[in-house]
Design a protein around this ligand. Sequence first.
Ligand code: NDP
Length: 333
Amino acid sequence: AREIHLVARPEGPPVPGDFALVERELPDPGQGELLVRNLVISVDPYMRGKMAGRRTYTDPYELNAPMDGGSVGVVEASGDPAFPVGTTVLHGRGWRSHALLPAGSARPVNIRGDVPAGIYLGALGMPGQTAYIGLVDKAGLREGDTVFVSGAAGAVGGMAGQLARMYGAKRVIGSAGSPEKVAHLIDDLGFDAAFDYKAAPVREQLAEAAPDGIDVYFDNVGGDHLEAAIECANDFARFALCGSISGYNATEAPKAPRNLFQIVTKRLTLRGFIVGDDPERMGDFYRDVAPAVAEGRITLRETVVDGLENAPEAFISMLSGGNIGKMVVRVSD
Ligand code: NDP
């Protein structure tokens, strides 16, 4: 198997030298194990946190060992009759060409028609679940809400905006980091308004896009975006705090938000959450969202990088906005 190992812990933005491509022989699967050939692997922002040497909400990656992450692959040799050779599975040993894993940690998935395997790493996978839980459970989205989503052209944000629309938001506003992404939000994903946060201060652009204020904020970015959302929030607005990617590579504490007292005066609710905390909601997610995806009511977009050896670059590029929709790496056909 070919594996990507973490060989150095980044200070600031990760660089290619933090990773190494390592070849090693895998044994045949024992009883209860599967040997899986990976088709696609996921690169996600949370992995940046695991590259640092301290525990956040999960353990850090070990140095000089393969990194983990979501992957969809095909069973090539099986030690479990429930997973015959040829079964397509979702599992957690990405960042490698082949994975040996306990069958109990794999979940069979159904790839039909021309649906890309990566859908289980994106719209119908962890990012889609994150958008659903954040918007429905944590922000308590209601019909008629004005919703602001940051990081809106990414895997989670694109789903959050589309789900807000599907569940009856009155106005959906998104921010992203380029004119091309802004056009994608409006033309492809059905956002009512969108802006390029690099073009002018978020505070000004959000106020213009939301003249009547916002009721819900789905925060993927933190920092000045969060400050602007607090500034623009209506009384009793609800914030789902999903991520804070503007700070993941930072070596100093952020300068914003400086207006936290408005949480009091406006009686805001800000709720942080981690998608894995609500496993009992996954059935509801598939029930509600899979049909919308199958019927084309939700638009899928992914950015595909070819070749396991390019996974570190795909990851680095994703962290600085090189993706529209879910960033995945195609490892084999
Ligand atoms: P994305 O597909 O959105 O990719 C990351 C994007 O972040 C980039 O494309 C880039 O887009 C944007 N970005 C990078 N730097 C900045 C910056 N300084 N300011 C604003 N935007 C920036 O990733 P995901 O959809 O997978 O994740 C989105 C967020 O959701 C992350 O914060 C992640 O940590 C969080 N998350 C949280 C989970 C939870 O359980 N709480 C689960 C999954 C994800 P652009 O060009 O627009 O800058």
